[in-house]
Design a protein. Sequence first.
Length: 290
Amino acid sequence: MTYSMTGYGKAIAELPKKKITIEIKTLNSKQFDLFTRIPSIYKEKEIALRSNLSQKLERGKIDLTFNVEVISKDVSSKIDHHVLSQYLQEIKTLASEMHVPEPEDWFSILLRLPDVMKQDTEELDDAEWIAIEKAVNSALDEVIAFRLQEGTMLENILLTKVENIRQLLAQTLPYESERVEKIKTKIQDGLSNLENIDYDKNRFEQEMIYYIEKLDINEERNRLENHLDYFIKTLHDGKSQGKKLGFIAQEMGREINTLGSKSNHSEMQQIVVQMKDELEQIKEQILNVL
């Protein structure tokens, strides 16, 4: 099965005093890159979260977000009188210096300023973390299912592109004998146009064979066929094959480039250009394969 690195999962942990919505988003990346946005109370568990996500997601740019909604009315918060008094004095001083009127509704402004409201230090208990871990794992299951769905579509695209290259490669066969004869005739015509030039026909035949062998593309064609077969085999070998597929695509590119440089035939070169286009699309898709 082929997995994409693109995925999304969401789960909710329902607790007595709060509701925590956990979201995991993943995109393609060369390695495991985790970015977390979680409240400070859960920071002590970040290493455990990282370990869990790296084992199950392996690779990708991963965003983990905890959105906490307090649902209990029993919130132990207090007004910090000292901070509020400082804000009040500073605002009055600024209003006087800038010659602007003081606010009419002081409390609506002051109570929204940072650190005016302070809460008693909250501690993470085991039951709460167990509920959060369960929600994280549920979100991870959704991400993996999403990745599999996306990976199936990627696999179909890649198989189509590989088959397109195979068909284009087959289209070069009819031009092979024509190409060799055209080169041979061109050289012979060039020699016949030279006046008063005598040459050793046996040596000419030997040089002609050597030259044509240098232009032979059967070896490149066979290697490219093998690379196409190996690409499909690797694609079906299981997940986490993205990097390996990238290496195979590079080898495919080398053979296609050599075909183009050796072809010396306009129709074949047009086919090579189409093969390169299909290969570039394969490389783009591989970037998102796990």
